[in-house]
Design a protein. Structure first.
Length: 188
């Protein structure tokens, strides 16, 4: 069974912004999709989010695909760092991903130690990073970092801000077809 896990953003939930439409579109194509409610979403903690991912995913394999949005991307990177030798997922899609705390003390706990890009890269068969040219939080510089460090293919969208909604005081991004296309491409 091809499984997809979508890790929501800071203060997000399974029904927020584009998650329901991506889930529905992938399910129509035969994927089993889980959009879990992560613990303490108002104050995300690596110490809670990564174990939750490990518990949900169980044994990862080539038919396991991960999608992260904002801090969900950091949670996925920290999860991938902890996989055993020879364990890997079939692909990872980052939406508005970043590699440091962006100046927010609330999420600094995800970045207290440097990311192990080598281990992260070896734990997935591929990476796609989707960024917006006007994201108020995540500078386009992070797409370059993800490309250089993980070999991520970059998808640049125009005018999509943080691909978010009311949590970030923006109009809701309720569809994100590029996520569906990326997962389907990884699954071939």
């Amino acid at each position: 069974m091809k499984r997809v896990f979508i890790v929501h953003c800071w203060e997000g939930n399974p029904d927020y912004c584009w998650y329901p439409s991506v889930k529905a579109d992938l399910e129509k194509q035969g994927f089993q999709v889980n959009v879990p409610a992560m613990p303490e979403t108002a104050m995300p903690k690596q110490s809670l989010w990564v174990p939750r991912l490990k518990e949900l995913i169980g044994r990862p394999d080539a038919d396991t695909f991960l999608v992260g949005h904002s801090i969900g991307c950091a949670a996925i990177m920290r999860y991938l760092e902890q996989l055993g030798d020879g364990q890997e997922v079939g692909g990872v899609v980052f939406v508005a991903g970043f590699t440091d705390d962006l100046g927010f003390p609330e999420i600094h706990n995800f970045f207290e130690t440097p990311l192990n890009f080598s281990k992260i890269r070896s734990s997935s068969r591929g990476f796609i990073a989707i960024h917006s040219d006007n994201d108020p939080f995540v500078d386009l510089h992070y797409s370059e970092v993800l490309n250089e460090q993980l070999g991520a293919e970059i998808v640049l969208k125009s005018g999509k801000k943080h691909f978010s909604g009311p949590v970030d005081n923006e109009e809701s991004c309720v569809e994100l077809r590029e996520v569906v296309e990326a997962v389907v491409a990884f699954a071939k």
